[in-house]
Design a protein around this ligand. Structure first.
Ligand code: SF4
Length: 334
């Protein structure tokens, strides 16, 4: 690993976005790509890899790859990942590289959110929200549409509020009707937007941090960390300073790349990465039934050029294990 262009990839496939990063062997982030998943994760991975290959140039040599996110098995299969880890681990690893003493990570994405507690460098507790929109970015997206204000400007508007109005935001539906009520009472856009940011923060903390102690230092990341109004609302509610990492929007993918570096260094094995040719392959996903026992579980199967690459789903985990073994074996037949 002595070539200056030896790089490690991290891929984070979520329901809203697919993030891909390249880092050098010291863990410095060299390139990052952000795409909307738009319900087509394989297409998003291929498009992201295409853009990454163009950005890195022909001298790039990929020495390892990691996958994370809700679509991590799929991503691992498509790219040939050396390591597959959940989002909690990936986020914690990336954040600790940036701020080793971090104790609490607040992460808010487009459709989900999480909180991670770290003690002595180890994740000691966490919580995830994948069902309640009121504590995620989609809450603000919908309100931006109603107010006819671009979501990118929400933070600036919120910071202009002289006195935020309290929006009752225990759920996204109540928040909407209360927001309309407050508009009718004559509150201006900055006051309403600041109130929405504070409602999101209260929802997030109520859903994810109830009964848990938020200790300093606190790091805020995920796509919503771009919104200065939310960051200010967190600081006000928690009465502490929060840190936003420079690569706040791709921390999951960055963590996956760091985990790939660790895996390759520890194992000394060559990477399973399939190469950028994967962007030209034709992938097919279908539903199949496992007949190996009376449970008859439904499985998701992914194949490329007639070759079955992975199956997952099922109650016993045998196919997830078989798929991982397939990737680890350099993608010989399943
Ligand atoms: S996936 Fe496991 S539990 Fe389900 S049918 Fe197959 S062997 Fe049985």
């Amino acid at each position: 690993m002595d070539n200056a262009k030896d790089l490690f990839l991290g891929v984070d496939v979520g329901s809203v976005s697919t993030n891909i990063v390249a880092a050098d062997e010291k863990g410095c982030l060299i390139e990052k790509i952000y795409l909307r998943t738009e319900g087509q994760p394989i297409k998003a991975i291929q498009e992201g890899m295409k853009r990454l290959a163009e950005a890195l140039g022909p001298d790039a040599s990929i020495k390892g790859a990691g996958a994370t996110g809700s679509g991590r098995q799929l991503a691992a299969c498509v790219i040939g990942a050396d390591t597959v880890k959940n989002e909690i681990t990936a986020h914690a690893v990336a954040t600790q590289l940036m701020l080793p003493e971090v104790r609490t990570i607040l992460e808010i994405g487009g459709q989900d959110s999480k909180i991670i507690f770290i003690k002595n460098g180890i994740v000691c507790d966490f919580a995830m929200n994948t069902v309640c929109a009121a504590g995620t970015g989609s809450f603000l997206d919908r309100k931006a549409g109603r107010l006819n204000i671009p979501i990118e400007k929400f933070g600036l508007y919120a910071l202009q509020a002289e006195a935020p109005v309290r929006i009752a935001g225990r759920c996204a539906v109540f928040a909407e009707s209360d927001m309309i009520h407050k508009q009718q009472l004559g509150f201006n856009a900055p006051e309403i937007i600041c109130g929405l940011c504070e409602a999101l923060v209260r929802n997030y903390l109520t859903n994810l941090a109830k009964g848990k102690k938020i200790e300093d230092p606190v790091v805020f990341q995920g796509g919503v960390a771009a919104n200065a109004g939310i960051a200010a609302a967190f600081e006000k509610e928690l009465k502490t300073k929060i840190t936003i990492p420079i690569h706040y929007d791709v921390m999951g993918a960055y963590g996956a790349a760091l985990l790939a570096i660790q895996k390759i260094k520890e194992s000394g094995e060559p990477t399973s990465f399939r190469g950028f040719e994967l962007i030209h392959r034709d992938y097919k996903t279908r539903s199949v039934q496992c007949t190996d026992c009376p449970n008859s579980c439904e499985l998701i199967e992914i194949a490329s050029d007639g070759e079955v690459m992975a199956r997952w789903g099922g109650r016993c985990g045998k196919w997830a294990e078989a798929s991982q073994n397939y990737i680890n074996s350099g993608c010989r037949k399943m």
